[in-house]
Each structure stands twice: as C-alpha cells, then as structure tokens.
Write a protein that binds this ligand. Structure first.
Ligand code: 8DG
Length: 136
C-alpha cells in the first residue's frame, strides 16, 4: 500500500498580498520559493498542522480561512494541500525563523516575480484563481 503524507501550505494573505517564503534547506530546494507550512503529523488535522507550522517557522499566530480545492503531488509519498490563512489580530509580523531565509509579501501583479518551486506553481495558480473568483 502506498503511504501518503500530506504537506499543508499556507496561502497567507494580508491586505490582498500573498506571503512567499524562500527555502534555506535542503540544498536541492534552497533558494526556491514556497508556501510556508509543513508535514501533517500523525493524529493531527491539516488546519492545526498549518497553525503550528506557521508559529514555528514564522513566529505568527494565524488562522486558516478555507481550503484551496485540489491536491498537488510532491516527491512521493508527499502531496501538497493549500489553505488560505490570515494573521490573527495582534500577531507578530512573520519572520524567517526556521527553514527560510527570506520572506516577501507579493501583490497580485508580483506573484510570478519569485522563483516558486516547480511543484508549487499549480498550487499557487489554483490559489490565485480562487481569489480572483471572489473566494477569500
Ligand atoms: N512547507 C512546504 N513544503 C513544500 C512545499 N512544496 C514542496 O515541495 N515542499 C516539500 C519540501 C519538504 O520536502 C516537504 C515539507 O517539509 P518541511 O520541511 O517544510 O516540513 P516539516 O517542517 O514538517 O519537516 P520536518 O523538518 O519536521 O521533517 O515538502 C511548500 O509549498 N511548502
């Protein structure tokens, strides 16, 4: 049986801008941009995992808003799911504490200015499509 491990990524939105994070490791991914997040642990739900990962990686208090429909294959056995998310009132601003060495808030016309991981491109595209169709 194929084991499948979900990686949750946050489309963290603030004032219409999307947060992108530049990976600092491992070497084959370093320098490329992704949606912050990480692996869902056994017994954990995806939304709880995302809130935990954003706290650990970025030092923020965030809440999920809604799932972006779809699931994108990463290196087996990982698959990527994405949730839109926002900062809770009073949260610190995100900082690249762990796994990342740079962050950028991207306005809609800047989203393709960064070098996203190849496997993230369809997920980012789906996220933008959802935002454009009025979902938040
Ligand atoms: N967080 C995240 N990981 C991604 C994305 N795209 C992508 O291929 N990945 C890969 C990189 C990693 O191999 C894996 C997630 O691992 P991670 O290192 O972010 O997760 P984690 O914090 O739970 O990992 P760990 O150090 O506890 O093992 O998925 C993405 O958009 N966001």
């Amino acid at each position: 049986m194929t084991e499948r491990i979900v990686v949750v990524g946050a489309a963290l939105l603030d004032d219409g801008r999307l947060l992108a994070a530049r990976r600092s490791a491992p070497p084959e991914l370093a320098g490329r941009w992704e949606l912050p997040g990480g692996k869902v642990e056994p017994g954990e739900g995806p939304e709880a995992a995302l809130v935990r990962e954003l706290r650990e990686e970025l030092g923020v208090e965030a809440e999920t808003v809604e799932p972006v429909p779809g699931e994108w294959p990463l290196r087996p056995p990982y698959v990527l799911q994405v949730w839109t998310a926002r900062l809770r009132p009073g949260s610190a601003a995100p900082e690249p504490l762990q796994d990342h060495d740079a962050l950028r808030w991207l306005a809609p016309d800047e989203v393709w200015d960064v070098d996203w991981l190849d496997q993230d491109v369809p997920a980012v595209r789906a996220t933008l499509a959802g935002l454009a169709s009025g979902a938040r």
